[in-house]
Design a protein. Structure first.
Lengths: 444, 485
C-alpha cells in the first residue's frame, strides 16, 4: 500500500515509523527538510514540498497513492491538502483537525462528498479517553466498544483482590460474564490461557457487558468513588476540551504556568473552572490549592517528564486518580510502573484510528492499549471467512490474539470455547501489535 | 493645535446644527398648526441652519475624511452636544419664555440630554410650540444626536464608527451590522416605531393628540418633560401610568437587544443578564417601596400603593423622572432613589447613569476579589452571559466607576460652594450626571430648578452633557496628554 504522510510533526513521524514497520510504502512529506530527517534510518521516502501545492503533491506521487494522511499542525492546511490529494487521485484521505464542528456526523457527510474520507482530531479522542477514565476512576483503561454495548476495562490487581494468585481455570466457573483478554505483567503482554495465574501487580484487561462492570470491580478488589474535584496541570488544547466536556457540577482547577496564557484561558473557560497561574509541580502551590480534597489530578503539559513527575507528586499528596499525558512512547512503561492511573498519548490514539483504514476488513473501531502493546479491533465477520467455519476453540487462533466478545443482532455475548461465530457478527478482537495483520486472514 | 483635524469637527457640528434646524422647522410647522406665531421657530431655524452651513462649508464639504482619530471623534461629539444645547436655547429666548440666557441653555441642555430638569414655571401657560420643542429635543437626544446624524447624512465617511463609539453607552459597543450607518438606521427605525405605538396608546387613553405626542417623546427617550405643571399626575389614570411605565422600561433597555428580538432571537433577549438584573432591581425596589408606603399610610389600597411604587421606581431608574402621585417623599425614600439614579437603565438605551451592566460587573468583581484573596494565584474573570469579560474591560470599568463617583462628590462640593443647600446639591449632581432630572427637597419632584444660582445652572448643564456621553469623551479634553502631539 502506498501511503503519503504530509506533515512531519510528532504524529506524522510516529505514523511513518509505525506504518513503515508494517511494511507499507511510505512517502513522508513536509516543506521543512530538517524535520523530515527526524525519523532516522527508516525505510521511507521523503519528499520536500508543500502539501497544499499541486505540483509538490504530484511529485510525491499522489496519483498512485492508496492513502493520503494530512497531519500538519494547521487544520486548514490539512483540509486543503486532503481535498487536493483526493482530487488528484489518492484513494482515501485522512485529515487531522482541531475543530469540534468538523467531526459532527452531518458535516462528515459534506466532507466525504468533497473527498475527505476521514477526519481525526487526536485532541478530541484524547479528551474522550480522559472523560471516560474519570467516569470509572478505579480502572486503568476504559473503552466502550460497539457503541457501549461491550466494555473493555483494565484494572491493576493488588493483594486485596479476591482473584489474586488464582489460576484462570479456577475463576472461570459458572456463567461467563467476562473474558480476560490480556494480562500485562512487567513489560510483557500475555494473551492468557486457562493455565495462567493472576499475580499481584498484573494489569488485567476484561471484556464484559455494562451490567457486569460492578462484578469486575468486586473481582479486582476496587472501591468506587465519584469525581467532584479535579486539578488539571497545563492549559493545553486537550485541557480546554476536557473542561468543556465535563459537567458543570465538577469543580476544576486549571494550573497554567504562563501568565499571559492563563489570562486568556480564564476568559475562555466556564464558571466551574478556576484558572490558577503557577507551576503544577510546585508542591506548596498544590497544597495551598487543597490538592488533598481533589479526586483526580490530570497533567497535560507538553512536557512528558513534567507530567509524570507532577502525577507522582499528586499521588504522594493523596490524590486517588492521576492521569498523565505522555507523548514520549518510551516513558509509558515507566509511567505505568510509577502507578499513574491513566496515560494519554495522542500519537497512539491517532495511530489506532488510522489502523482502521489499513485493515482491509470491515472495522468500526480500533483502540490501542496505552499500557500494553496491543490493539482492540471491532470487526464484522464476512460470509465464508475463516472465523465462521468452526467453533472458536477449534479455530487454532494464534497465541497473540483472542476474541473478546460478539454482537449478533444487538445481543452481546462473551465468547467461550464453544461459541460459533456467524457471518455478520460484530466481533471484538484483542491482539498484540505483532498480530495486527493476521486478523485479516480470519475475517475476510 | 494644528494636529486636530478641525475640519472634521466642523463637519460634525455643522451637520448636527443642520439637523437641529430641521427639527426647528418642523416645530415651526407645529406652531402654525396650533395657530401660534411661527416666526420664533422659523427665525431660530434660519439662524441655526446658517451656522450649520457656515461650519459645513468651512469643513471643505467636498473632502472625504479618511483618517480620523480618537481626538476628532471626542471633540466632535462633545461640541456637537454643546452647540446643540446652545442653539436649542434660541426658541426659549426668542419667544420670551425666559429672559435669561443661562435658563434657556439649561432648559435646552436638560432637554437634549434627556435629563428633564426644568427651570421653567407655569408650564401650562407657555406656548404650545415651546412645550413641543422641549419634548421634541428630548426625543431627538434620546438615542443620540450623532446616531441620528449618521442615520440621515452619509457624509462623515470613515469617522462614523469612531463617532458612534464616542457617543454610544455601555461596556463594549457590539455592532450588529457591519456598517455604523446601517446600524443607526435600524436603531432609529425601532425608536420611531415604538414612539408611534406609544402615541397611539396614549391617545387611546383619552389624552389629546398634542399631549400624547409630547409625552410619547419624553417617555420613550426617558427624558421626563411634561406639558403639565403637575406632570403626568394631571391625568391620574392608571392606564396612562401603565403605558408610560412600560415604554419607559422599553426606553431603558438595550436597543440592540430589541433589534435581536425583532430578528427572532428570543433567547438572546430573554437570557440577557443585564436585562434580567434590571427587571430584578425594579421588582425588588418596588416591593420594598410598596411595603414601606403601605406601612406609612394604611388607608390606601394595596393596588394603589403598588401602582405608585412601581411607577416611581421605573420612572427614576430609567432616568425619566416623572413624579408619582405622592405629596412628598420622606427622606427615607431618597436613599433608594439615589442608588437608582446612579444605576439607571441598560447599556445602549436612552437612559443615563452608570448603567446596570456596570453595576453588575462591579458587584461581581468585588465579590470575586474575596475569592481572589483565598486563592492568590487564581485568575478569576467576571462573567456576563456566561462569557468572561476581558481584564482590560473590567479595569476600564473600575476607572469609570471611580471617576463617576468622584465627579459626583466633587460636583456636590462645587454646587454647595455655589450656594445650593447640602442635600439639594447632592441630588442635583446625581440627577444631572445620571440624566434623571429629578430633584428633591426644594427642587421637589414636580418643582423646578429655577431658584438655584446661575453658576450652578451652567455647571449642571455641563454635567448633563458629561453624563450623556459617558464621561470619557468630554473629560479627555481636559487631560494634558490629549493636547500633546
Amino acid at each position: 500500500m502506498k501511503i503519503i504522510i504530509a506533515g512531519a510533526g510528532e504524529v506524522g513521524a510516529y505514523l511513518a515509523k509505525l506504518l513503515s514497520q508494517e511494511n507499507q510504502d511510505i512517502v513522508f512529506m513536509d516543506p521543512d527538510e530538517e524535520k523530515l530527517n527526524m525519523p532516522y534510518g527508516l525505510e521511507i521516502m521523503t519528499a520536500v514540498g508543500n502539501p497544499t501545492s499541486i505540483n509538490d503533491l504530484k511529485a510525491a506521487g499522489v496519483k498512485q497513492a492508496d492513502m493520503f494522511i494530512a497531519v500538519t499542525p494547521e487544520e486548514s492546511v490539512n483540509m486543503t491538502a486532503s481535498l487536493l490529494a483526493a482530487n488528484l487521485g489518492a484513494q482515501t484521505t485522512i485529515a487531522r483537525v482541531s475543530n469540534n464542528e468538523y467531526l459532527l456526523p452531518k458535516n462528515m457527510e459534506f466532507f466525504s462528498k468533497l473527498g475527505i474520507n476521514s477526519i481525526i482530531c487526536p485532541e478530541i479522542l484524547a479528551t474522550g479517553e480522559i472523560v471516560n477514565a474519570l467516569k470509572t476512576p478505579w480502572s486503568r483503561q476504559w473503552s466502550e466498544l460497539s457503541g457501549g454495548k461491550l466494555i473493555l476495562v483494565g484494572a491493576k490487581i493488588r493483594d486485596n483482590a479476591p482473584i489474586v494468585n488464582k489460576y484462570l481455570y479456577d475463576i472461570a466457573q459458572g456463567e461467563k460474564i467476562y473474558h480476560i483478554v490480556a494480562i500485562k505483567r512487567e513489560n510483557d503482554t500475555i494473551i492468557p490461557r486457562g493455565s495462567d495465574r493472576i499475580l499481584s501487580g498484573d494489569i488485567l484487561y476484561f471484556t464484559t457487558t455494562p451490567k457486569h462492570v460492578p462484578d469486575i470491580k468486586i473481582l479486582t478488589g476496587k472501591s468506587n468513588f465519584n469525581i467532584n474535584r479535579i486539578t488539571i496541570m497545563g492549559g493545553s488544547r486537550i485541557a480546554m476540551k476536557v473542561c468543556e466536556n465535563l459537567s458543570d457540577n465538577i469543580h476544576i482547577k486549571l494550573i497554567e504556568k504562563d501568565r499571559e496564557k492563563s489570562y486568556r484561558l480564564a476568559e475562555k473557560v466556564r464558571s466551574n473552572v478556576m484558572v490558577i497561574n503557577g507551576d503544577g509541580r510546585n508542591t506548596d502551590l498544590l497544597i495551598r490549592e487543597h490538592i488533598k480534597d481533589c479526586d483526580a489530578f490530570i497533567a497535560l503539559t507538553s512536557n512528558s517528564e513534567a507530567n509524570i513527575l507532577a502525577c507522582v507528586t499528586a499521588k504522594s499528596l493523596g490524590v486517588p486518580k492521576t492521569i498523565a499525558e505522555v507523548e514520549n512512547v518510551d516513558y509509558i512503561q515507566m509511567a505505568e510502573k510509577l502507578d499513574i492511573g491513566t496515560v494519554i498519548n495522542k500519537k497512539l490514539i491517532a495511530a489506532s484510528h488510522i489502523y482502521q483504514f489499513l485493515l482491509n476488513a470491515d472495522v468500526s473501531t480500533v483502540k490501542s492499549m496505552t499500557f500494553a502493546n496491543a490493539e482492540v479491533a471491532e470487526l464484522v465477520a464476512r460470509p465464508k471467512s475463516k472465523v465462521t467455519r468452526k467453533p472458536v476453540k477449534e479455530l487454532n487462533l494464534p497465541k497473540d490474539m483472542t476474541l473478546g466478545g460478539k454482537i449478533r443482532k444487538n445481543v452481546v455475548d462473551i465468547i467461550e470455547g464453544d461459541t460459533q461465530i456467524e457471518a455478520g457478527d460484530h466481533v471484538v478482537v484483542f491482539c498484540l501489535d505483532s498480530a495486527m495483520r493476521k486478523i485479516e486472514d480470519y475475517f475476510n | 493645535m494644528h494636529f486636530v483635524n478641525w475640519k472634521f469637527v466642523f463637519r460634525v457640528i455643522g451637520l448636527t446644527l443642520m439637523l437641529e434646524s430641521l427639527f426647528m422647522f418642523v416645530t415651526a410647522g407645529v406652531s402654525f398648526y396650533m395657530q401660534e406665531t411661527i416666526g420664533i421657530f422659523t427665525l431660530s431655524g434660519i439662524i441655526t441652519l446658517s451656522a450649520g452651513l457656515v461650519l459645513f462649508f468651512l469643513s471643505d464639504y467636498k473632502t472625504k475624511f479618511k483618517i480620523i482619530e480618537k481626538k476628532e471623534s471626542c471633540f466632535g461629539v462633545t461640541f456637537a452636544w454643546i452647540s446643540f444645547s446652545i442653539f436649542g436655547a434660541l426658541p426659549f429666548l426668542l419667544s420670551g419664555t425666559t429672559t435669561s440666557f443661562t435658563d434657556a441653555v439649561f432648559e435646552s441642555a436638560s432637554g437634549i440630554t434627556t435629563t428633564g430638569a426644568s427651570v421653567l414655571t407655569d408650564i401650562e401657560y407657555l406656548p404650545k410650540s415651546i412645550l413641543f420643542w422641549r419634548s421634541f429635543i428630548q426625543w431627538l437626544g434620546g438615542l443620540g444626536i450623532i446616531v441620528f446624524s449618521l442615520a440621515l447624512f452619509p457624509l462623515l465617511g470613515g469617522g462614523a464608527a469612531l463617532l458612534f463609539d464616542a457617543e454610544a453607552s455601555g461596556l463594549t459597543h457590539d455592532k450588529f451590522r457591519p456598517r455604523v450607518t446601517q446600524m443607526a438606521k435600524r436603531l432609529w427605525l425601532i425608536y420611531l416605531s415604538f414612539t408611534a405605538i406609544l402615541i397611539a396608546l396614549l391617545i387611546a387613553g383619552e389624552m389629546n393628540v398634542f399631549d400624547a405626542v409630547c409625552h410619547a417623546f419624553s417617555t420613550i427617550s426617558t427624558g421626563g418633560f411634561s406639558t403639565k405643571e403637575i406632570n403626568i399626575i394631571y391625568w391620574n389614570s392608571a392606564y396612562i401610568e401603565t403605558v408610560t411605565c412600560v415604554f419607559m422600561f422599553i426606553g431603558a433597555t438595550n436597543f440592540a437587544l430589541i433589534y435581536f428580538l425583532f430578528k427572532g432571537k428570543f433567547k438572546r433577549f430573554f437570557k440577557d443578564e443585564e436585562l434580567r438584573w434590571f427587571v430584578a432591581i425594579i421588582l425588588g425596589v418596588s416591593l420594598i417601596l410598596a411595603g414601606c408606603l403601605q406601612l406609612d399610610n394604611k388607608t390606601n389600597s394595596l393596588i394603589d400603593t403598588s401602582r405608585i411604587a412601581v411607577f416611581q421606581v421605573v420612572s427614576i431608574i430609567t432616568g425619566t423622572g416623572f413624579p408619582a402621585n405622592v405629596d412628598s417623599w420622606s427622606p427615607v425614600y431618597w436613599v433608594p432613589f439615589m442608588f437608582m439614579m446612579v444605576t439607571c437603565g441598560c447599556a445602549g438605551s436612552t437612559s443615563g447613569g452608570m448603567k446596570v451592566i456596570r453595576v453588575v460587573v462591579l458587584i461581581k468583581n468585588t465579590l470575586y476579589e474575596f475569592k481572589r484573596l483565598i486563592h492568590p494565584r487564581a485568575i478569576i474573570p467576571v462573567r456576563i452571559n456566561g462569557e468572561a469579560l476581558s481584564f482590560n474591560t473590567v479595569q476600564r470599568l473600575l476607572a469609570f466607576a471611580f471617576l463617576y463617583v468622584l465627579i459626583i462628590l466633587v460636583s456636590w462640593g462645587i454646587l454647595v460652594f455655589s450656594g445650593m443647600s447640602f442635600m439639594e446639591a447632592l441630588t442635583a449632581a446625581l440627577s444631572s450626571l445620571g440624566n434623571t432630572g429629578l430633584g428633591f427637597g426644594e427642587n421637589g419632584p414636580s418643582g423646578s430648578f429655577v431658584t438655584i444660582p446661575t453658576f450652578a445652572k451652567w455647571y449642571m448643564a455641563f454635567l448633563m452633557i458629561v453624563g450623556r456621553v459617558e464621561i470619557f469623551a468630554v473629560l479627555i479634553l481636559f487631560i494634558p496628554a490629549f493636547w500633546k502631539n
